[in-house]
Design a protein around this ligand. Structure first.
Ligand code: PEP
Ligand code: MG
Length: 882
């Protein structure tokens, strides 16, 4: 087998398309060499060898021979030899996986130096100081990475040496002084490892290669892979490459650059470099780097001259390289280079990481420049990243007084006066104040306060805590789990170190970074026109799936329309029941002893519901609106405490004792599997009847007044048995007929069901006889398929994720092999009964790009998601279709 691929000296065994085998770095080095860019020669040992080494514990038999041959090729290209005392070849040994894992794995530079070759390097370069400096760097890196002698040992020796010599900068040490330091380094290595520092270059090379392979399984790399879902089997490649030196004098340099600005996306070369330095000096941030272009220098208000001024010829070559790379890769590149004695060498190129804003601009600009087409542009922007663009963000020019940091749970920036209580948040909002709700954690009881707030801050809980999930759903910025902060509800203060924040003080959070700042930091509004609109337009051209929204408040509906939704996929009517004006009537209805009592209360609710629907139909102008009849267990609406009981008793004209008896009978131990969904409609048909009446009276009214058609789709939740749907469809049809007859208007409507129980999915063929559409309620379907409560999963799912038992939280990204199979079965059986049956999804998964890809693959008609995810879903749907 071929384990080793050579590059440089005019030829390459590999190329960019071989990323899986050669890793990103190796594949791109080969590619650059083959398009004629100046790449120091070297070779890549494949990721397959990593797999052999980690699984079988040894090298494949013929690896040694192939490495030897590849090394000989490098020696020949450069006219130097490895281990030679007169003209020694030195190499770097670096990791390089399929995807970049910044800083996770190890690198060794200047390999091949020993007590003798260092003299050769000193003579040949004419610079003994440089040679010894290189050797001590090598001992330090090799010692740390390969021999396990911790970095700080070397740091301490160097610090002491500088103190003794009364010198503050590394660059002030002379050759002789470095030689002293080297002696101490070697002694330290021997002391720590029990063996002298290895002098045989070949032994050094193999030890470094093995160390890099081993670094694939170090703790850092393992955690990183878990975080980013990178499979262990991928392995890393090892790149061995001839060293070039950016630290041999003032005609040497090393730097990094982006072919376009990675933060704004502007088509401007952007980079930094250091004169007389080695690569790690740039990253280490000890010296202040200089800008490459004059424009960059001006932008950063730097006093140091730009490369464009100090090394104009190198700069010209670099600009040419930039041009070549962009034309070749047709994407923004992130490059590393070194200048050795006036000659430019390219050490790396890869697609550059960028902000969402830059991704958008670069994709649009490249279409304009003819580098890519529209479909390619659509595929270039990560749908999830659009989140960054949809919320107001902090003005980058503004001052920030950061007092603490939490998790960036829901993007966007928010300022407001601190309140510690949901009711207070609502009161202050009603009084015209902007508030920031600060809680230890939140619960469903705080929803109204979260809605009233500009943003939410919690001191406990992770990225999937109640606060985080709800805030993302509402599009409210949220910082969660800011553990440094201590909230004392009693005295109404929040403390961090010596800072005290009181209720009423102004505070700002940045939900994109997790920062918490004193005072009000000015924000800027998102830009939804321009490039954003352009890319969305292209996405719309390429997608098949429609995108609807889950919304019930007029404000959310308007937001979703602004973001381009094509209807409502789920209007949860119970959210309207909680409104301050009507919760008492709702409780009265629930606690009524008999139908007459319920009807009395329902009569009070009817006009309010009708008005809600009128407003929604008006906002949605001719778009389909799926309204779900009451779903949650009545249990959830029950009054708490004496005060609320008394309120309901008065409204109902009943005694508190009687109510209390009824309340006891209504309490359930497992309400999510209890008296809810269509079971309510079957047992209390007057509730669904009232809701259906409200819907159709509203539809008739709006259709009459605006002349535009209204498309209500009435949805029955939690159906498990075909008969349930038949009974309730009959009720809805009858009510619709009555309302339309009374108004003298015909409204075209559908009656359908949610598929959110496994039995419903399996019996979909039968259910489709009555259902005119299905909407997959994948929240409940996930819950019931796993037998896993969504409210309690947080207690142990993180442990499951950490151990790799589940790859991802199934409530966030659809479990395609289990829950997905049920969706597939239901879609197929439903459409067999009723060809063309309209199919959608309205669980949280409707806004998750991976789940959307799945929805495309099973041929659903639409996805429905929270308003702020609508643009994400539009883009993800287009990518799924491409
Ligand atoms: C669902 O179950 O997926 C759904 C959308 O309904 P809810 O989350 O309101 O139960
Ligand atoms: Mg549900």
């Amino acid at each position: 087998a071929k384990w080793v691929y050579s590059f440089g000296g005019g030829t390459s065994d590999g190329g960019a398309e071989m990323r899986n085998l050669l890793g990103g770095k190796g594949a791109n080095l080969a590619e650059m060499a083959s398009i004629g860019l100046p790449v120091p020669p070297g070779f890549t040992i494949t990721t397959e060898v990593c797999t052999e080494v980690t699984q079988k514990g040894g090298h494949p038999g013929d690896l040694a021979g192939q490495v030897k041959a590849a090394l000989a090729q490098v020696e020949q290209a450069l006219g130097m030899s490895f281990g030679d005392t007169a003209n020694p070849l030195l190499v770097s040994v670096r990791s390089g996986a399929r995807v970049s894992m910044p800083g996770m794995m190890d690198t060794v530079l200047n390999l091949g130096l020993n007590d003798e070759t260092v003299e050769g390097l000193a003579r040949r370069s004419g610079d003994p100081r440089f040679a010894y400096d290189s050797y001590r760097r090598f001992i330090q890196m090799f010692g740390d990475v390969v021999l396990g002698v911790e970095h700080h040992h070397f740091e301490e020796i160097l610090e002491l040496a500088k103190e003794d010599l009364d010198k503050s900068l590394d660059t002030e040490l002379t050759a002789e002084e470095w030689r002293q330091v080297i002696g101490q380094y070697k002694a330290k290595v021997e002391e720590e490892t029990g063996a002298p520092f290895p002098q045989d270059p070949e032994a050094q090379l193999w030890a470094a290669i093995d160390a890099v392979f081993k670094s694939w399984t170090n703790q850092r790399a393992v955690s990183y892979r878990r975080l980013y879902n990178i499979p262990e089997e991928w392995g890393t490649a090892v790149n061995v490459q001839a060293m070039v030196f950016g630290n041999m004098g003032d005609d040497c340099a090393t730097g990094v650059a982006f072919t376009r600005d990675p933060s704004t996306g502007e088509n401007q070369f952007y980079g930094e470099y250091l004169v007389n330095a080695q690569g790690e000096d740039v990253v280490a941030g000890i010296r202040t780097p200089q800008n490459i272009t004059i424009a960059g220098k001006q932008k950063n208000q730097s006093d140091l001259p730009a490369m464009e001024e100090t090394m104009p010829e190198i700069f010209r070559q670099l600009v040419e390289v930039r041009e070549t790379l962009e034309q070749h890769y047709r994407d923004m590149q992130d490059i590393e280079f070194t200048v050795q004695s006036g000659t430019l060498y390219m050490l790396q190129t890869r697609n550059g990481k960028r902000t969402a804003k830059a991704a958008l601009k670069i994709a649009c600009d490249m279409v304009e420049e003819g580098l890519i087409d529209e479909a390619e542009a659509v595929s270039r922007v990560e749908p999830g990243s659009l989140d960054q663009l949809l919320h107001p963000t902090l003005d980058p020019k503004a001052q920030r007084k950061v007092i603490a940091r939490g998790l960036p749970a829901s993007p966007g920036a928010a300022s407001g006066m601190v309140v510690f209580d949901a009711d207070e948040a609502e009161r202050q909002r009603d009084a015209g104040n902007k508030v920031l709700l600060c809680r230890v954690e939140t619960s469903p009881e705080d929803i109204h306060g979260m809605h009233a707030a500009q943003g939410i801050l919690t001191t406990r809980g992770g990225m999937t805590s109640h606060a985080a999930v709800v805030a993302r759903g509402m599009g409210r910025p949220c910082v969660s789990g800011a553990g440094e902060l201590r909230i004392d509800y009693k005295s109404g203060v929040m403390r961090v170190r010596d800072v005290e924040v009181r209720a009423g003080d102004l505070l700002t959070i940045d939900g994109g970074t997790g920062e918490i700042m004193l005072g009000e930091v000015p924000t800027i509004q998102p830009e939804l026109s321009g490039d954003f609109a352009k890319l969305m337009g292209w996405a719309d051209k390429h997608r098949r799936l429609k995108v609807r929204t889950n919304a019930e408040t007029p404000a959310d509906c308007r937001t979703a329309v602004k973001f381009g939704c094509e209807g409502i996929g789920l209007c949860r009517t119970e959210h309207m029941f909680f409104d301050a004006g009507r919760i008492v009537a709702v409780r009265e209805m629930i606690l009524a002893e008999d139908e007459a009592g319920r009807r009395k209360a329902l009569d009070k609710i009817l006009p309010m519901q009708r008005d809600d629907f009128v407003e929604i139909f008006q906002i949605m102008r001719g778009l389909p609106v799926t309204i779900r009849l009451l779903d949650p267990p009545l249990h959830e609406f029950l009054p708490h405490g004496e005060e609320e009981m008394a309120e309901v008793a008065e409204a109902a004209g009943a005694s508190v004792d009687k109510l209390r008896a009824r309340l006891l009978r209504l309490s359930e131990t497992n309400p999510m599997l209890g008296h809810r969904g269509c079971r309510l409609g079957i047992t209390y048909p007057e509730i669904y009847e009232m809701q259906a009446r409200a819907i159709f009276e509203a539809a008739c009214k709006v259709q009459k007044e605006t002349g535009e058609t209204v498309e209500p789709e009435v949805m029955i939740p939690l159906v498990a048995m075909p008969r349930e749907l038949e009974i309730l469809k009959e009720l809805v049809d009858r009510t619709a007929k009555e309302a339309m007859a009374a108004a003298g208007v015909e409204v075209a409507y559908l009656v359908g069901t949610m598929i959110e129980l496994p039995r419903a999915a399996l019996l979909a063929g039968k259910i489709a006889e009555a259902a005119e559409f299905f909407s997959f309620g994948t929240n409940d379907l996930t819950q019931t398929t796993y037998g896993l409560s969504r409210d309690d999963a947080g207690n142990f799912l993180p442990a499951y994720e950490a151990r790799g038992i589940v790859k991802q939280d199934p409530f966030i990204s659809l479990d395609q092999e289990g829950v997905g199979e049920l969706v597939g079965i239901a879609a197929e059986r439903g459409r067999k009964t009723r060809p063309g049956l309209k199919l959608g999804i309205c669980g949280e998964h409707g806004g998750d790009p991976a789940s959307i890809r799945f929805c495309e693959s099973v041929g659903l008609d639409y996805v429905s998601c929270s308003p702020f995810r609508v643009p994400i879903a539009r883009l993800a749907a287009a990518q799924a279709a491409l």
